[in-house]
Design a protein around this ligand. Structure first.
Ligand code: ZN
Length: 150
C-alpha cells in the first residue's frame, strides 16, 4: 500500500501542478457539460469532440481542488482516442474503483487510473475524484443541466 500511496501522491501532485488538456476547449467541440461538487466547490466544464463514435479530442475548464483537477486531467488523457462505449465502460470501472469496498481488478482498462484508488483513504474526497467522470458522462448523454455530485 505504501508504494501505491507514494505513487498516488506523486501523480496527484503532478497532474494538479500541470493539468493536461487544461484549460482547453477543443475546436469543433460536440459535447459539453458543466459539473459541480457543492461539498468542495469543485466546478468544471468538460468538452469533447466526438466523431464517428470516437472521442477525438477532450479538454476541460474550471477550477477545483487538487484531487478533482488531477482526476479530470487523468481522465482527459485516458479518453482521447477511445470509443464512446469504451468511455462509458471506463466510467463504470472508475466509479466502482472509487466507491466500492472490494478491490476492482481491471488494470488493463484502468492503466494509470489505478492510482485513483488512493483517494479511498480520504473518503471526503471521493466526490472530488468522481465529479469529472460524472460530468463527462453527462456530456456524452447531452445533459444541459449542471451535473451535481449530490
Ligand atoms: Zn474537491
Amino acid at each position: 500500500m505504501n508504494d501505491l500511496r507514494e505513487l498516488y501522491e506523486e501523480v496527484i501532485l503532478d497532474h494538479n501542478r500541470n493539468p493536461r488538456n487544461y484549460p482547453k476547449k477543443p475546436e469543433g467541440t460536440t459535447h459539453t457539460a458543466h459539473g459541480f461538487n457543492p461539498l468542495c466547490g469543485d466546478e468544471f466544464q468538460i468538452h469533447l469532440r466526438v466523431k464517428d463514435g470516437v472521442i477525438e479530442d477532450v479538454g476541460f475548464e474550471g477550477a477545483g481542488c487538487a484531487i478533482s483537477t488531477a482526476s479530470a486531467s487523468l481522465m482527459t488523457e485516458a479518453l482521447k482516442g477511445k470509443r464512446v462505449e469504451e468511455a462509458e465502460k471506463l466510467f463504470e470501472v472508475v466509479h466502482d474503483l472509487l466507491t466500492r469496498e472490494e478491490q476492482v481488478d481491471d488494470d488493463e482498462l484502468l492503466g494509470k487510473l489505478t492510482v485513483l484508488t488512493g483517494v479511498k483513504e480520504y473518503p471526503m474526497r471521493v466526490k472530488c475524484a468522481t465529479l469529472p467522470w460524472h460530468t463527462m458522462k453527462g456530456a456524452l448523454e447531452g445533459k444541459k443541466e449542471t451535473v451535481s455530485t449530490e
